[in-house]
Each structure stands twice: as C-alpha cells, then as structure tokens.
Design a protein around this ligand. Structure first.
Ligand code: ATP
Length: 234
C-alpha cells in the first residue's frame, strides 16, 4: 500500500532522515519506534506532503505521491494525526469533527462518518457542544483521531498518540487503534511507548539517528535483547 524507498530529508544542512526504506501493506499495523529526535515525525510529515524529500521516493497505491499537495494526499486516503493533540480551541467537539470532513464528498457519507466516530468514541457524543480545549488529554486524543477518521482514510498516520496520557487512557487508545485497524483502516504508528506499540503491531521498524536499524514482527522485536535494552527498559 505504502512504499518508502531510500528516503532522505534535510532541514537546511541537518540530514534528519537518511536513506530510509520501509513498507506498509494493506490491513497492517506497522510501527516506527525509536528515541526522541530519531527522525520519525519527519518521515510521517514527508509522507503526508508537509515536508519535501531531498531524495528517494514515496509510493502509495502504486503512485508516486511526492509531487502531490498535502490536501490532495488527504483526499487520496492518507490522514495524519499529528503529535501533541492539536484540537481547534474555541471550536466545539462537533465543529472540530466537521473540519476533518472538509474533503469528504456527500452529505450522507459525512453523516455516516459522524455516526461511526460517535460509536467508536461515545465520550465525544456526550461532549458534542463542549469547547475542545476543555477536554481532558485522552479525550482530545480521541477527538483528533475522530477528526482524522471523518476523512475516510485508507491509511492513518498516528504520531505519538499515547504521549503524556494517564495509563488508563493509554490502554484505551491502543485498544481503539486495534479496533480502527480491524474495521479496515491500515495504520502507520509512531510511538515512544515501544512496548505497547510492538504489542499491537504486525511489523515494526526501529529508527535511530535518521536510519532504520532493525525490522521484524512486533513479537520478534519485543523478544529482541537489543530492543529490550534500548527501548523496553531492560
Ligand atoms: P520526536 O519523538 O521528538 O518527535 P522524532 O523521532 O519524531 O522525535 P524528528 O522530530 O523527526 O524526530 O526530528 C529528527 C531530527 O530533525 C532531530 O534532530 C530534530 O532536532 C531535527 N528537526 C526536527 N524538526 C526540525 C526543524 N523544523 N528544523 C530543524 N531541525 C529539525
């Protein structure tokens, strides 16, 4: 579904992503794990068209998407949920969701998407008229995920969905990621919570200083002693 080949991305003279190659097959949950500053967010932003690559290629459903604008990439079925839970403060939960549907064609489809989002996240329905800024961290994460789902993505890119959340919300968010995947959306996940990410991933890649160091199934990497030492707390 998504194929990244020899991707390099620079910020000025800083080479943040170096010759990275990986793929995501339809139906999978694939994780990129690694420390702060390893280059994971840069990779996601390049896929979603927010950054330009220095070299390499990104192919989605057989087409090179590097010359396509970010909104058109959303239209083609890739939605990114950015790090840091950027809800639109001052807008209600409903209005935030509406923003996610700006490219979704047909009133009926939009209504269907609202219904699905409220079924997946009942708390958002309870808070429908509440200012998004007043939601808890976990609820805001649900809202940004719901907002991305309003665009009917085939592939969802999740950047650190569990960051800064209370443990109870962390478990819930990972359960929801699995549910979203089981309902038919392919997932590319970036996480510093390597243990949780690997436990729900079909496959994963370890990213360190801009390069892919290791790849395997979620279970293989959970059992790998180097991964345990570096990312799983021993
Ligand atoms: P994090 O989990 O903190 O987001 P990451 O693995 O996603 O880490 P990136 O955010 O992709 O890492 O950063 C990769 C490298 O690029 C880091 O060295 C970072 O300092 C640098 N970098 C990121 N954004 C910029 C920017 N706008 N300008 C210059 N350098 C940047």
């Amino acid at each position: 579904m998504l194929k990244v080949d020899n991707l390099s991305v620079n910020y000025g003279v800083i080479n943040a992503v170096k010759d990275v190659s990986f793929e995501v097959n339809q139906g999978e949950i694939v994780s990129l794990i690694g420390a702060n500053g390893a280059g994971k967010t840069t990779i996601l932003k390049t896929i979603s068209g927010l950054l330009k690559a220095k070299s390499g290629s990104i192919t989605y459903l057989g087409k090179n998407i590097q010359k396509i604008s970010a909104p058109k990439i959303v239209g083609a079925g890739i939605s990114q949920v950015p790090e840091g839970r950027h809800v639109f403060a001052g807008l209600s939960v409903m209005e935030n969701l509406q923003m996610g549907a700006f490219l979704t064609k047909g009133k009926q489809q939009v209504q269907k998407n609202y219904a699905q989002v409220f079924e997946r996240f009942p708390i958002l329905k309870e808070r429908i008229n509440q200012d998004a800024a007043t939601l808890s961290g976990g609820e805001q994460q649900m809202l940004v995920m719901g907002r991305a789902l309003m665009a009917n993505p085939k592939l969802i890119l999740l950047d650190e969905p569990s960051m800064g959340l209370a443990p109870i919300f962390i478990n819930e968010i990972f359960d929801i990621i699995k549910e979203i995947n089981q309902a038919g959306t392919t997932v590319l996940l970036i996480e510093q919570n390597a243990k949780k990410a690997l436990s729900i991933s079909d496959r994963a890649y370890v990213v360190a200083t801009g390069e892919i160091q290791l790849t395997g199934t979620g279970d293989e990497l959970l059992a790998n002693s180097d991964v345990q030492k570096a990312y799983l707390g021993g």
